[in-house]
Design a binder for this molecule. Structure first.
Ligand code: FES
Ligand SMILES: [Fe+2]
Length: 397
């Protein structure tokens, strides 16, 4: 046998995994608008957040303006999470310096009344944008701020948008962002991890079969997987999952309904939130059509997440989910230890595109997915969806 004695553990792929300030991938990440927190988190108290290894404080001032500032007060470094929200901004607890959402210092109550020191102090921060129940921030070079992209599945005349932030159902949080994100383009793990290893985790038997078709394609906004599963009546259930590189994705995840609509578009966009190199969360914005029960979707997600909280270690050993699979790869998976096979094609393409995007930023170009046309940004076309097809005609049945 090959002895594990003396096994050398190589270093992780720093270029693709590290997201802190000044790292190659961190620079890429900072070119995109990213979710920071829920709008409902912006109460009469500040909200401390950690994103891409940076500690920040989000708040909404008394006039309703949202802001995102570096967490340490420019005076002597107290965290602004202990600050007081006032009509004009946030006031540090220690000596009362007051900052507006632009980081301007408006007041230094302990300095002489004629002091002009406050005019020279700027608290660092980032521009923010409110959309669909989430606060987004742009953390990149100020002169390169892109348009805020609204993806077509969220653009509707009727209904409303809602959002959640946290681990995906059964999903990981204590691992590098890439493990979680490339999992979406690892379609065949569904067959094994979710349906064959322990108790089946999806209610439909459809996913207990290998797809009859699985193609990974590079597309304008990143990549997608197109897959087809056989249905008992001879038709096929085709799904397209789209990765809006590097951090957002659109999926069809509902069970096939043989008597329901024969084709449909998803209703949500998911966003990976790299907290730091070894932690990540997900955010989701979902559209609820007029008259639909908003609670149903949010509650379903919350209840499934809670159901997972109760499981013990033995249960997870017998019935591992995405959380065990992704966190089981370690805090940062070590690519040099892997032996990729033909079934890993999606992961290979994901990493290739990621490398190309990192290189584009290095060379001063926009990575794919950066939108500078305001018209396009108002409704960015995506392709994810499902269709029930007759394989003889290849038509939607
Ligand atoms: S440390 Fe914030 S006002 Fe002094
Ligand atoms: Fe999964």
């Amino acid at each position: 046998m090959r002895s594990a004695y003396g096994l050398q553990i190589p270093q992780e792929d720093v270029e693709l995994t590290h997201v802190g300030p000044g790292t190659p991938c961190g620079e890429l990440m900072r070119r995109f608008w990213r979710p920071i927190c829920l709008l409902e988190d912006l109460t009469d108290l500040p909200k401390r957040v950690r994103i891409l290894g940076e500690d920040l404080v989000a708040y909404r001032d008394g006039e309703g303006r949202p802001g995102l500032l570096f967490f340490r007060c420019s005076h002597r470094g107290v965290s602004l999470e202990f600050g007081r929200i006032e009509p004009e901004g946030i006031r540090c607890c220690y000596h009362g310096w007051l900052y507006d959402v632009e980081g301007n210092c408006l007041d230094m109550p302990l300095e002489p009344a004629d002091s002009t020191q406050k005019d020279r102090v700027k608290q660092p921060g980032y521009p923010v944008h409110e959309f669909g129940g989430l606060l987004f921030a742009y953390m990149g070079p100020p002169e390169q701020i892109p348009e805020f992209p609204m993806y077509d599945v969220l653009v509707h005349e009727d209904g409303k948008l809602g959002a959640w932030i946290g681990p995906r159902v059964g999903g990981a949080s204590d691992c590098n962002w890439l493990q979680s994100q490339e999992n979406i383009m690892d379609i065949l793990h569904v067959y094994w991890l979710h349906m064959r290893h322990g108790k089946p985790q999806f209610p439909s038997d459809v996913y207990a079969e290998m797809p009859t078709q699985l193609d990974y394609e590079e597309i304008e906004l990143g990549m997608r997987a197109v897959m087809a599963y056989p249905l008992p009546d001879g038709r096929e259930f085709e799904m397209t999952w789209e990765m809006l590189m590097p951090l957002a994705f659109v999926l069809w995840t509902d069970e096939p309904d043989l008597n329901g609509p024969q084709s449909a578009r998803p209703r949500c966009v998911y966003y990976c939130i790299p907290i730091d190199d070894t932690h990540q969360w997900q955010a989701c914005i979902y559209w609820m059509p007029e008259g639909e029960d908003e609670i149903a979707d949010a509650e379903r997600i919350k209840l499934s997440a809670l159901a997972r909280e109760d499981v013990d270690y033995e249960y997870t050993q017998r019935n591992p989910d995405d959380k065990e699979a992704q966190e089981g790869q370690g805090p940062i998976a070590i690519h040099a230890l892997e032996n990729l096979g033909t079934s890993d094609q999606g992961v290979v393409i994901f990493r290739k595109i990621l490398k190309e995007q990192i290189q584009a930023v290095r060379e001063g170009r926009d990575p794919i997915g950066i939108i500078r046309d305001p018209e396009l940004a108002r409704c960015v076309p995506t392709t994810a969806g499902m269709a029930i097809r007759d394989p003889r005609t290849n038509q939607v049945a």
